[in-house]
Design a protein around this ligand. Structure first.
Ligand SMILES: [Ca+2]
Ligand SMILES: [Ca+2]
Length: 243
C-alpha cells in the first residue's frame, strides 16, 4: 500500500511539473521579450522626428530636411556619391556595444544606384564623397534593385577612412526586405564585441565576426543615382545595456 501511495504522489508531482512547465512556456510565448522593453537597457537615441527637429544630428553631405513626420534626404542625380548625417558626431562616437535600428524608405523609383541605410561604429564620421574622404566605420545598406535587375538586395561594408572599402557581405538578394518603393523597411544591427547581427523587418538574417571597429557613432545615409533620390528615415533608435 505504501509503495502504491508513494507512486501516486510521484505521479501527481510529475503531472504538476508538466502543467507548470506548459503554463510557463505559454506565458513566455505571449510575452514581449524584446530588449527595448527591459529595464536592463537604456535608449541613447530615440528619435521619431515628429517634433520637426532632428535633435543632435550633424549633416555631413547632402540635403536633409525634417518634416513633422520623418527625416528626408534628397540626393542629386550624382551617380556613386554618398550623403550622410551622423548622430552628434563629435560627442557620441564612443558608443561601443549597442543595438541600432531605423525605418527607412525610398520614395522615388530610380532603379539603379540607390543604396541607403545605417552607418555604425564610425570612428571618424565624415564625408566619403569628398576629394579627401575621411569616413571610417561599417555601412549596412539595402537597395530596391540594381543595374542588373531583381532585388531587393543588401550588403555590409567596412570603410577604411581613405575612401576604400571591403565587403563583409557582398550585395545579396534578401526576400525579407520589401522592394516596393514607398514601403518601409526596418533595418536593425546589433553589435556586441566583435559580433555583428543583422535583422530586416524583425527577422534575424545573419551574424558576422569582425573587429576592425569596436566602437563609434552611428549615422544615416543614401546614395545619389542616375536620377535624384528621395529617402525617408524614421523611428531611429539606439539602445545599450545600462552601465
Ligand atoms: Ca515619425
Ligand atoms: Ca526630434
Amino acid at each position: 500500500m505504501e509503495q502504491r501511495l508513494s507512486l501516486k504522489i510521484t505521479l501527481i508531482l510529475i503531472l504538476m511539473m508538466v502543467i507548470g512547465l506548459s503554463v510557463t512556456s505559454c506565458f513566455m510565448f505571449f510575452m514581449d521579450w524584446s530588449p527595448e522593453e527591459s529595464e536592463e537597457y537604456e535608449y541613447l537615441i530615440d528619435e521619431d522626428f515628429n517634433d520637426g527637429i532632428a535633435d543632435n544630428w550633424t549633416i555631413t553631405d547632402g540635403t536633409w530636411a525634417t518634416s513633422a513626420v520623418e527625416y528626408i534626404l534628397t540626393t542629386p542625380a550624382a551617380f556613386s556619391f554618398c550623403y550622410g548625417s551622423y548622430y552628434n558626431e563629435t560627442a557620441n562616437n564612443s558608443f561601443t556595444d549597442y543595438t541600432f535600428e531605423a525605418n527607412i524608405t525610398q520614395i522615388n523609383t530610380d532603379t539603379n544606384e540607390n543604396k541607403f541605410g545605417l552607418f555604425f561604429r564610425c570612428t571618424n564620421p565624415g564625408s566619403i564623397i569628398s576629394a579627401a574622404p575621411t569616413h571610417s566605420g561599417y555601412m549596412l545598406y539595402i537597395r530596391m534593385t540594381n543595374s542588373v535587375g531583381g532585388g531587393p538586395f543588401w550588403g555590409l561594408q567596412i570603410w577604411d577612412g581613405l575612401g576604400g572599402f571591403t565587403s563583409l557581405m557582398p550585395e545579396t538578394f534578401e526576400p525579407n526586405l520589401s522592394d516596393i518603393h514607398g514601403t518601409v523597411n526596418k533595418v536593425k544591427v546589433d553589435v556586441q564585441g566583435d559580433k555583428i547581427d543583422v535583422y530586416f523587418n524583425d527577422v534575424f538574417i545573419q551574424t558576422f565576426y569582425d573587429s576592425t571597429y569596436t566602437y563609434g557613432s552611428v549615422g544615416l545615409f543614401g546614395w545619389g543615382g542616375a536620377t535624384a533620390n528621395d529617402f525617408r528615415f524614421d523611428d531611429v533608435r539606439l539602445w545599450a545595456v545600462k552601465e
